[in-house]
Design a protein around this ligand. Structure first.
Ligand SMILES: Nc1nc2c(ncn2[C@@H]2O[C@H](COP(=O)(O)OP(=O)(O)OP(=O)(O)O)[C@@H](O)[C@H]2O)c(=O)[nH]1
Ligand SMILES: [Mg+2]
Length: 396
């Protein structure tokens, strides 16, 4: 009797998991000579999926359970590793746990491995496959697979997107996990795993599957992030195939932080400028004093947005007060630079204005904008390398 272990990754799937795990196990009748077991890999779902899954393991010895950190890639890679070490399967398989894919795919994937292939890929885009999603989702899934085929290759694979796959332990062990971005929180693991499996020499076959709308629960895929990742990963993989070992995927992730920081700075500039003008108009402050106060308002705005958005994923040993203190100090130096620039320009050019014909534009407007580039560079560099410095080992 041979054994296949199907990984079911779950995050908030309490309405689906029991029914779906049982449906997968029931497919054993369509797979003579094989024992099907499932390993539910949950990322500490707040809805209690983990507890349901743990109870299932007590009811049925063919159901196993593993707790992991967040991310589909983490669930799949840690799941297969655990399965290999503890459950000793002859074939590894994986499937979304929300019941979107018709479960007859499980025996069909395993049969492809029996034929001698080492990777079986479930696909909506080969004859017999169906994608029964809404039009916008259809465009999204077809589009992202097309980008992968076209930029990354190979062209003969039509579906890079969903998780329904089976493969041999031998192939899994040959995959270069160092290069595979499996810790990323998006679904990039799906195309990336195929790419690395093929680089590891996989002999693959695509077979049709039917993909329906979810019956219960909600989607965890983040369309914008995933699209960004698909493009940058596909370019990275293409460069690698051409022998150019530049980590484009990682580099653009870093640029993403800079872009976010810039956008936050942009909102801060509005806040800063608004208060700068309000203080001049309503409190009669001289430009340099007004700049001092408006900057403090903007500092609070920027810290808040950077902390909850730009650097959200940074693991740092500083608590929020230390981070704010650091951000405040960095900004105060930035403020010093800005006040110095405004003061210097004010001394040089005074409080004149340019007459545009239809309105008069005060010089102090230009003083304000001249401060932005130098202050932005200073702020980014120090906050990136110090305030939200990423530390792998966080001791708390
Ligand atoms: N363990 C774990 N599982 C996850 C995580 N994110 C998603 N999943 C599971 O991965 C599978 C695919 O996620 P879905 O949210 O269904 O993504 P999708 O199928 O593209 O979107 P829908 O069509 O709306 O369902 C589901 O079984 C999820 O529960 C995660 O962070 N950890
Ligand atoms: Mg789904």
């Amino acid at each position: 009797m041979r054994k296949v272990v199907v990984i079911l990754p779950t995050f908030n799937e309490k309405a689906n998991i029991r029914k779906f795990a049982e449906e997968v196990l029931a497919q054993e009748k369509n797979l003579p000579g094989w024992r099907i077991e499932v390993l539910i890999v949950d990322s500490r779902s707040p809805d209690g999926t983990g507890e349901i899954a743990q109870n299932l393991t007590k009811e049925n010895p063919r159901i196993h359970f593993l707790n992991v950190g967040r991310g589909l890639g983490v669930a799949l890679i840690e799941g297969h590793t655990y399965s290999l070490n503890h459950l000793k399967p002859d074939v590894l398989a994986q499937l979304d746990a929300d019941g979107q894919v018709e479960v007859d795919i499980v025996p069909r994937l395993v049969k492809v491995i029996e034929e001698g292939y080492d990777l079986a890929i479930g696909s909506r885009f080969v004859p017999g496959g169906k994608n029964k999603l809404s039009l916008s989702r259809k465009i999204f899934s077809a589009g992202s697979s097309f980008v992968c085929r076209f930029i990354m290759g190979p062209w003969d694979i039509k579906e890079f997107g969903n998780s329904a796959r089976a493969f041999t332990p031998k192939l899994f062990n040959k995959i270069n996990l160092e290069r595979l971005p499996w810790r990323e929180k998006t679904f990039i693991i799906q195309p990336a795993f195929l790419n690395e499996a093929i680089l590891a020499g996989a002999n693959y076959k695509e077979i049709p599957l039917v993909f329906k709308n979810r019956a219960e629960g909600y989607s965890k895929n983040k369309v914008i992030n995933y699209t960004y990742d698909v493009f940058t990963y596909a370019i990275d993989a293409r460069l690698h195939k051409w022998g150019i070992n530049f980590s484009f995927f990682k580099a653009t992730r870093r640029a993403k932080t800079l872009i976010k920081f810039g956008l936050v700075g942009f909102t801060g500039t509005f806040v800063d400028f608004l208060f700068y003008k309000l203080f001049i108009w309503y409190l009669g402050m001289p430009p340099a004093t007004s700049k001092g106060f408006s900057t403090e308002v903007a500092i609070i705005n920027n810290f808040t947005l950077n902390n909850i958005w730009t650097f959200r994923h940074r693991k740092t040993s500083k608590n929020i007060f230390q981070r704010f203190l650091s951000f405040q100090m960095v900004s105060l130096v930035g403020l010093g630079i800005a006040v110095g620039i405004v003061k210097g320009l004010d001394l040089m050019f005074g409080s004149g204005y340019i007459d545009l014909g239809f309105r008069k534009l005060a010089y102090n407007n230009f003083y304000f904008f001249a401060t932005i580039p130098p202050v932005m560079i200073w702020n980014f560099v120090v906050n990136h390398y110090f305030t939200w410095k990423h530390e792998e080992e966080v001791i708390t």
